[in-house]
Structures are given as C-alpha cells and as structure tokens.
Design a binder for this molecule. Sequence first.
Ligand SMILES: Nc1ncnc2c1ncn2[C@@H]1O[C@H](COP(=O)(O)OP(=O)(O)OP(=O)(O)O)[C@@H](O)[C@H]1O
Ligand SMILES: Nc1ncnc2c1ncn2[C@@H]1O[C@H](COP(=O)(O)OP(=O)(O)OP(=O)(O)O)[C@@H](O)[C@H]1O
Ligand SMILES: [Mg+2]
Ligand SMILES: [Mg+2]
Lengths: 228, 228
Amino acid sequence: IIQLEGVWKIYQMGDVQVPALRGIDLKIERGEFLAIAGASGSGKSTMMNLIGCLDLPSKGRIFLGGDDIAGFGESTLAQIRGQKIGFVFQQFNLIPTLTALENVMLPLEFQNVDTSTARKKALEILNLVGLGDRVHHLPSQLSGGEQQRVAISRALAVDPEIILADEPTGNLDSKTGKFILDFFSEIHRKDSKTIIIVTHDFYLVKHAERVVYLKDGQVERIEHNHKN
Amino acid sequence: IIQLEGVWKIYQMGDVQVPALRGIDLKIERGEFLAIAGASGSGKSTMMNLIGCLDLPSKGRIFLGGDDIAGFGESTLAQIRGQKIGFVFQQFNLIPTLTALENVMLPLEFQNVDTSTARKKALEILNLVGLGDRVHHLPSQLSGGEQQRVAISRALAVDPEIILADEPTGNLDSKTGKFILDFFSEIHRKDSKTIIIVTHDFYLVKHAERVVYLKDGQVERIEHNHKN
Ligand SMILES: Nc1ncnc2c1ncn2[C@@H]1O[C@H](COP(=O)(O)OP(=O)(O)OP(=O)(O)O)[C@@H](O)[C@H]1O
Ligand SMILES: Nc1ncnc2c1ncn2[C@@H]1O[C@H](COP(=O)(O)OP(=O)(O)OP(=O)(O)O)[C@@H](O)[C@H]1O
Ligand SMILES: [Mg+2]
Ligand SMILES: [Mg+2]
C-alpha cells in the first residue's frame, strides 16, 4: 500500500546540506504491522512525515495505493491526511487552546461528522486510553503521558486505514505502554489496519511483523519476526 | 539535602479539584542517585517541579539544605534555580528562536559567565552528547532525541550540584539512552552530584541507589538497590 523508491530528503540550511534520508527503498504491504527503529537522528521521523504526506521527498518517489503522491493536488493530500491516515506525532502537536476532548473531536469535525457523534466517538476513545476523567483539561493541564494519549486518541478518531505512530509510548510507564501496544495489535488484527510505529520500545519491536532499522538516513537491515 | 514533608499539590480547575500529590514524605540525601517511577499521571513531574523550586506546594513543606523554601524570596529562588539545580524538562522547553548552542549558553550567561567561556563550555557538552554537528540548528531543525539532548546539555551547563531529569531518555534509542545514563552515573560518582531522575527506563531504575514509586499522588513504596 505504501512504497518508497530511492527516497532522499535533504534539508538546506544556508550553504549546508543535511541529508536526513539518503536513498530509501521500502515496500509496506496493506495490513502490515511494521516497526521502525534506529538511533536518534537516523531519519525515522523524516521518513514518517513523507509516508504521511506531510512533506515531499527531495529525490525519489513515494507511492500510496499505487499512485505517485507527487501527482496529487493539495486537496487530495488533505483528504488522505484527514481520512486515510492517523498520525501520532513524536511531540504530540496538540492545539494548546483546546481541551483533550476538543482536540480529539477536531479531525472528525473536519470530516463533517456532526458534533454529537464526534463527541460520543471522542469520549469513547479517551475513556479507552484511561483519560475519561481528564477530557476537559487543556494540554498544559495534563501530564506528558496524558498528552501523548490524547495524541493517540486523536489519530484513531476517524478510524483511519493507516496509522503512523512516532514513538507513541516514549512518555508512558511500561504498564500503560503495553496497554497501548496491545490496543494497536488488536485493531491491527480485528480491523486489518496498516500500522507503522517508530519506537525504541523492545516490547513493541518484538510484536511487529517486520522491523526496519534505519542508520544515518539509510535502511541498515530489515528483520522478520516469525509469529503465529 | 532535599526534604518533602506532608506535601500536597492540588490543582484548581473551576469548581473541580485535582489532587496531583496527596501527602508526600520523602528525604533525599546529598549525593544520592534516586529514580522516581510510577504510572502516567501519578504525580512525578508535579513532584519534580516542587523539588526544583518552580512551584510551591498547596500544603506541607519543602526543605532545601535544611531551609524551608516557602521562606525564600523570588531572587533567592531564582539563584537556586540558576546555580544549584539543573532541570531537564519532560517536554524540553527549549527556546524556539535560539540555536542548540545558544540554548545551552543561556544559563551560563545568566550567571554572568563571559561569552567566550560560555560558548566553549556549551560546545564541550554538546559534543559529549553527540551533537557536535548540530550546534547551529534551531529546535525545529532537530530530531526529538536531539532536542532532548540539548535539554540535557543545558541542564548540565552550569555544573549544578543537583540534577533533576524528567524522563531524559524517553525519546532516545537504547544505545544513546545508555550513554546518557552512564554519563549521569559518571558525574554522580566523580563529582558527587545529587541526581534525581523520573524514568520508565528499566536500565536506569536498576542503576539508581533507591527507587521511589508514586501511585495516585502518593509514595507507594521505596526500593533499595544493593550495589557495590
Ligand atoms: N495544571 C494542571 N491542572 C490540572 N491538573 C493537572 C495540571 N497539571 C497536571 N495535572 C494533573 O495532575 C496529575 C499528575 O500530573 P504529573 O504531570 O505530575 O504526572 P506524571 O506522573 O509526570 O505523568 P507522566 O508519566 O504521564 O508524565 C495528572 O493526572 C494531570 O492530569
Ligand atoms: N528542518 C531541519 N533542518 C535541518 N536538519 C534537520 C531538520 N529536521 C531534521 N533534521 C536533521 O535530520 C536528521 C534526522 O531527523 P529525524 O527527526 O528524522 O530523526 P529521528 O530518527 O526521528 O530521531 P529521534 O529518534 O531523535 O526522534 C537529524 O539529524 C536532524 O538534525
Ligand atoms: Mg524522531
Ligand atoms: Mg511527567
């Protein structure tokens, strides 16, 4: 469902070039549960932003469902981001002036879901991740791990086919972290979602079907987990 | 060196009260290496903010070096924060308009260290944490783990006696994370620093002398690691 072909991302800083991705070839199957690992600065978030259609490569091509995303207009990309892809950002990117509930309702409202249905769905997910009694808190009134769980809830709100999660358990204790990972495994299994998770979490790496290791902007190796 | 006596922190939200800390009694010895663990939302960051003199308790008392901090004026508190305590924030709190180098130099400049000495010291620490080639990047031009390492560098810049680190490896791969933890162990051993780290990291918990577990705003238990 997603393919990267000779993908480069080069950041230009004055006269200096920072090549964050240096020739990535990767094919991700529909319904796959994939982990992305690698050292800090190896290019994981950069790759996630490209897969999530938030950015375009400097060289190479990215295909989504067989189509080259470079050919998509902004409104098509916006629709993909709004409906097909749920993105959990490494730094959460919550709207500081909206409550947890409002933050999770936002993507639903952008898809023209009526307010009471959006509210009901948002409350359901927030309750699932253990934030039922924090729904009216602003991000500044939430702990780090609570903000992370709001970001996770927001990504799941529109029930997207593809979930991109950038270090979704970095701020969670191991018990809450396992709960989130088991939840991802469950929707992967039950709803056949394509799940791509950047993680340093050993438990998660073991649960993925494949693990792509990045090093200095390149694919260093890919491991396959043999599971039943 | 630090003592919490019957400490409560209650957040007021309209008519609702959120008791983040519910009666904490804790004594931390000078030169101790202490870990704080507990579920997301259990009160760890709140406790760190009180220990770091960034906030005052709703009830109870906090002693620093034997003195009740409630008796300190703002300029004394500012001096303590600027010289005695190095704080690594869970969400980094870097100045977005300053480069990595400028962010790390800032606490030194506040202590009236001359610019060339501040620059030299900042570069030294940034090199140590592997960011030598990222010193002129703005936070927005850095990966999550790189921003976290800038936050760590900034906390260490003034060579404080007390280091408070709130989940300092949450965004780091295990190799970089171990490096940071070994570095904290080294300055603990060599410079007899008091180090208090909030963490979910198993490696770190094992390396601490004591581990304080928080649950729902209270100390659930304290474990002692017997080491040589
Ligand atoms: N300004 C605030 N107003 C209201 N409630 C708050 C505020 N700040 C924090 N809280 C609540 O206090 C509780 C403790 O927060 P704290 O940040 O100390 O948790 P934590 O143990 O650091 O969690 P995490 O591991 O997720 O970072 C949380 O449940 C949070 O929702
Ligand atoms: N806007 C930018 N301008 C210049 N360099 C950048 C920019 N954004 C990222 N970089 C650099 O690109 C490299 C890859 O960044 P990326 O965020 O993809 O890393 P990462 O693998 O997600 O790391 P982490 O595990 O620390 O989050 C980093 O070394 C970073 O400094
Ligand atoms: Mg990243
Ligand atoms: Mg916290």
